[in-house]
Design a protein around this ligand. Structure first.
Ligand code: NAD
Length: 359
């Protein structure tokens, strides 16, 4: 039976990347019924919103979406579609695997790290008070009655809420992911030695949840030590689970370890629905040029295959991508030793090379 999946082409280079990915996914032999729905700047005028209700309804119905990148224009009151999707669908987990593919230029070898980032709480919860406002003054006055340490009245304030419920679901997701993928270790990344009531809470919930997964080694690492460890010995790390802010920063660091945005896939996962998309943006300057690298998008499709239980197809797809990159012939410009190499192929031809390996 075919899997019904919502396909959102996105804008900028999104349509080219999703089309390449759709063809590669179909070449694995897994059958899909794509429900194409739109979002982003290109539908804004016609639909009056960058995220039409029917697009949201389609994801809720199908529970799985493959999404191309979407441009967020600056300064015209356009709410980020990505943020809106996360909020509307309760996508609490951000999954970012970063793995070395031989042939991708990088300073490191043998990196295979999965970042599991909490998506809803922490300093990114969006609770902030601008310096000098009445609200900021009121919050500061209240807090200054609560402890001897005084906050300067001119301060801006950002709130860092971390709940046991929010922590349990992200930590459990990290362990479930590790178990399903046969991973050996989950590391909890915090600054629990300093922020005892937020990061400390995150760590104590981690310890409780870890006890339910005796076959997986729990590890506790401070985020500053993690940064040094990742650049010195990245092969020592496996699955990382982090609160929102550290997760945002560390997932870019790990993408850098394996060659950058062009090869960094991602997924945002909730209790009901999951949206699979590359880490990079819409690279609008390359729109319509059949030039950019679809690897990150294709590997996001691989994550989608794993999510729906098609692990064998996912493994075959991974092998095919790895082989094409390692051969270094039919690859996009950014995967060549020199970016002006005339033998570089386009987005579609790179996808064709992967399809050849699969069929
Ligand atoms: P970007 O990721 O689009 O581009 C950054 C750089 O990386 C550019 O030089 C670009 O040419 C290059 N690049 C990106 N993807 C590539 C690929 N697949 N192959 C080869 N090179 C690639 O980041 P940006 O320019 O900061 O953002 C452009 C737009 O995308 C913005 O409006 C931003 O808000 C949006 N964005 C969307 C998402 C999403 O939809 N998930 C994520 C990030 C940014």
């Amino acid at each position: 039976m075919a899997y019904r999946v919502t396909l959102i082409p996105g804008d900028g280079t999104g349509p080219e990347l999703t089309e390449a990915t759709r063809r590669v996914l179909e070449a694995t032999g897994v059958e899909f019924e794509w429900e194409v729905r739109h979002a982003g700047v290109d539908v804004m005028e016609e639909a009056g919103t960058p995220l039409p209700e029917e697009t949201l309804a389609s994801i809720k119905r199908n529970k799985v979406a493959l999404k191309g990148p979407i441009t967020t224009p600056i300064g015209i009151g356009f709410r980020s579609v990505n943020v809106a999707l996360r909020h509307e669908l309760g996508l609490y987990a951000c999954l970012r695997p970063c793995k070395t593919y031989v042939g991708v230029r990088s300073r490191y070898e043998n990196v295979d790290v999965v970042v599991v980032r909490e998506n809803t709480e922490d300093l990114y919860a969006g609770i902030e008070y601008e310096a000098g406002t009445d609200d900021a003054h009121a919050v500061i006055e209240f807090l200054n009655t609560k402890q001897p340490k005084q906050i300067a009245p001119t301060s801006g304030i950002s709130i860092k809420p971390i709940s046991p419920e929010g922590t349990e679901r992200i930590v459990r997701y990290a362990f479930e992911h590790a178990r399903a993928a046969g991973r050996r270790q989950v590391a909890c990344i915090t600054k629990a030695n300093i922020m005892k009531f937020t990061d400390g809470l995150f760590l104590s919930v981690f310890r409780e949840v870890a006890a339910d997964y005796p076959e997986i080694e729990p590890r506790e690492t401070l985020v500053d030590a993690l940064c040094m460890g990742l650049v010195q010995r990245p092969e020592e790390f496996d699955v990382l689970v982090l609160p929102n802010l550290y997760g945002d920063i560390i997932s870019d660091l790990t993408a850098g370890l394996v060659g950058g945005l062009g090869v960094a896939p991602g997924a945002n996962i909730g209790a009901e629905s999951a949206v699979f998309e590359a880490t990079h943006g819409s690279a609008p300057k390359y729109k319509g040029l059949n030039k950019v690298n679809p690897t990150a998008m294709i590997l996001s499709g691989k994550l989608m295959l794993e999510h729906i239980g098609e692990r064998d197809a996912a493994a075959r797809l991974d092998t095919a991508v790895a082989a094409v990159i390692a051969e270094g012939q039919s690859v996009t410009y950014d995967l060549k030793a020199r970016r002006d190499d005339p033998t570089a192929v386009g987005t579609a031809e790179y996808a064709d090379a992967i399809i050849d390996k699969l069929t």
